[in-house]
Ligand binder design. Structure first.
Ligand code: SAH
Ligand code: F3S
Length: 452
C-alpha cells in the first residue's frame, strides 16, 4: 500500500482534520511517511484566514510539483481544507500537477478519492460540495505524541462552521454554516480517548460557544455548550478539559459559573477581542462592546482569580484611526493577557471589509503591529516571571519541542513548562517548581507526582 505525508498549515482545527485523515488512511492500509521525500501521496492541508497563509501553501505545492515532475512522477499531490474549499477547481487549473482537491466537508472521503485515482477510474478530483452530517465524520485519532509515548492530550471536534459573519473573516465561507455533533457522540469519543490513556481533551470548533444552539438549545438555564462541558467533565479518566475558540458573546453567566463548578475545566480562556474600539468592533460585526468584553474578563477572574487569558487582535482593520488603535492598546494593558496573537488585517475575498473604502496603508499596519506586539510581550514577560518560585501542576506531554533532552508539560492555565525528567513521565500530572521564565515559557524542576 502507498505511504502518505500530510503537511498542515493553520489552526488546531486543521491539525485535527489532518490527524483524522491520517487515521482514516491508516485504517485503509496506507502507511504514514516520516518525510515528504519518501511519500507516495502528499497532501497539503491549507488555511485561508490571511493571504500569507494561502501564499505559503501555494508556494509549497509549486515546490513539491517541481520536484515530483522531475524525480518522482507517480507521486499523487492534493490540497485539502479551507483554501481547497474557497478556491476549488481554480487550483486544478492553476497547478496542473495537483491531482486532488478536498473541501472542508469531504475530509472523510479522502481515502475513496485516492483509491479511485490509484485505480485509474478517475483522473483528477475536486470535491467541495456540502455534505450533511460531515461534522460528525471527524472522529478517528492517531494519538501520535512528540516522543515514544502516546500523546496524553487530544483534540475533539465538536462543531463545524460559523454563522457570526464578522466582516473581515473568510471562515463562514470556507467552513460553512454552524453544524454541531450530538452531546452523546462527543462524549462517546471522549470516553474512547480516555480508555486509550488520554488525560486532556480540547474541544474544538470555529465558534464553540454556539455549539448546539439550534439543535439542542438551553435547558435549566444552561446553554448547549455548557451542557456539553458538564457531560465531558464526567468522563472517567479525563483530568483536564479545555476548549477553543469561543466567542465573547457566548460567555454568559452559565459559562462563567462552569469555571467555578467544574474542577476538570482548566483555568484558561482564549477570548478573541479583535479590537478595543467600539466603533471598530461594530464595523467588524463582533456583537459586543469594549465594556461588555471587560465585564466578561472581570467575571471570569472573580470565578477563577488565577485564570490564564489569551486573545486575538487585528490591527489595521479598514477605518481604524490612531484613536481606535490606542483603545486597543489600552484594552491590552488593562486586561493584561498572558499572550495575544496580533494579526495584520488581510483583505479576504467575498468579505464585506474587503469592499470598505478606507483601507489602511500597509506601513501604518506594520507600525501599529510592532507597537502592540511590544506591549503584548512586555505584559506576557511580567506574567511568566511572576511564576518564578511558585509551584505549578503540569500534564507531561513528552519531549520538549525546543530541546529534546528535556521534557515539556502544560499548566492548567496553559503555560508551557520545560524541565528535566524521564520520558516515561509522559501522561503523568507532576508538580514543578518554577525557577526561570522567558516571554512565554516557564522552566522548572520536578517536585513530585501530583496527588490525584
Ligand atoms: N473563531 C475562529 C477564528 C478563526 S480566525 C477560530 O479560532 O477558529 C483566527 C484569528 O485570525 C481571528 O480571531 C482573527 O484575529 C484573525 N483573522 C481572521 N480573519 C482575519 C483577517 N482577514 N485579517 C487578519 N486577521 C484575521
Ligand atoms: Fe470568523 Fe467571527 Fe466566526 S472571526 S470564525 S466569523 S466568530
Amino acid at each position: 500500500m502507498p505511504s502518505v505525508f500530510i503537511k498542515t498549515y493553520g489552526c488546531q482545527m486543521n491539525e485535527r482534520d489532518s490527524e483524522a485523515v491520517a487515521a482514516q488512511l491508516v485504517a485503509k492500509g496506507y502507511s504514514l511517511a516520516g518525510a515528504e521525500a519518501m511519500a507516495d501521496v502528499i497532501l497539503v492541508n491549507t488555511c485561508s484566514v490571511r493571504d500569507t497563509a494561502e501564499q505559503k501553501a501555494i508556494g509549497k505545492m509549486q515546490n513539491l510539483a517541481a520536484d515530483v515532475r522531475k524525480n518522482r512522477p507517480n507521486v499523487l499531490l492534493g490540497f485539502m481544507g479551507c483554501m481547497a474549499q474557497s478556491r476549488g477547481k481554480e487550483l486544478l487549473d492553476r497547478l496542473p500537477d495537483v491531482d486532488l482537491v478536498v473541501g472542508t466537508q469531504k475530509f472523510h472521503r479522502t481515502g475513496e478519492f485516492l483509491d479511485s485515482i490509484f485505480a485509474g477510474s478517475r483522473d483528477r478530483i475536486c470535491d467541495t460540495d456540502e455534505e450533511a452530517g460531515s461534522e460528525a465524520a471527524i472522529r478517528e485519532h492517531i494519538l501520535a505524541g512528540n516522543s515514544a509515548a502516546k500523546s496524553p492530550s487530544a483534540f475533539v471536534s465538536i462543531m463545524q462552521g460559523c454563522n457570526q459573519h464578522c466582516t473581515f473573516c473568510i471562515v463562514p465561507h470556507t467552513r460553512g454554516q454552524e453544524r454541531s455533533r450530538t452531546i452523546e457522540d462527543v462524549v462517546s469519543e471522549c470516553r474512547d480517548l480516555a480508555n486509550q490513556g488520554v488525560k486532556e481533551v480540547t474541544l474544538l470548533g470555529q465558534i464553540v460557544t454556539s455549539f448546539g444552539r439550534r439543535e439542542i438549545g438551553t435547558q435549566n438555564g444552561l446553554s448547549a455548550f455548557v451542557q456539553l462541558l458538564d457531560a465531558v467533565c464526567e468522563v472517567d479518566g479525563l483530568e483536564r478539559v479545555r476548549f477553543t475558540s469561543p466567542h465573547p458573546k457566548g460567555y454568559g453567566d452559565d459559562l462563567v459559573d462552569a469555571y467555578r463548578r467544574l474542577p476538570k475545566l482548566c483555568e484558561s480562556a482564549h477570548i478573541p477581542a479583535q479590537s478595543g474600539s467600539d466603533r471598530i468592533l461594530k464595523a467588524m460585526h463582533r456583537g459586543y462592546t469594549r465594556d461588555r468584553f471587560l465585564t466578561i474578563v472581570k467575571k471570569l477572574r472573580l470565578a477563577q482569580p488565577r485564570i490564564g487569558m489569551t486573545t486575538d487582535i487585528i490591527v489595521g482593520f479598514p477605518g481604524e484611526t490612531e484613536d481606535d488603535f490606542s483603545q486597543t492598546l489600552s484594552l491590552v494593558s488593562t486586561v493584561e493577557f498572558d499572550n495575544a496573537f496580533v494579526f495584520k488585517y488581510s483583505k479576504r475575498r467575498d468579505t464585506p471589509a474587503a469592499l470598505m473604502v478606507d483601507q489602511i496603508p500597509q506601513e501604518v499596519i506594520e507600525e501599529r503591529h510592532a507597537r502592540l506586539l511590544q506591549e503584548v510581550n512586555r505584559i506576557a514577560s511580567a506574567k511568566t516571571h511572576a511564576f518564578v518560585g511558585k509551584t505549578v501542576e503540569v500534564l507531561v506531554e513528552g519531549l520538549s519541542r525546543k530541546n529534546s533532552a528535556r521534557l515539556e508539560g502544560r499548566t492548567r492555565c496553559n503555560h508551557i513548562v520545560v524541565f528535566e525528567g524521564e520520558p516515561q513521565l509522559a501522561g503523568r500530572l507532576l508538580d514543578l517548581e518554577i525557577d526561570q521564565a522567558s516571554h512565554f515559557t516557564l522552566y522548572g524542576k520536578a517536585l513530585q507526582l501530583a496527588a490525584h
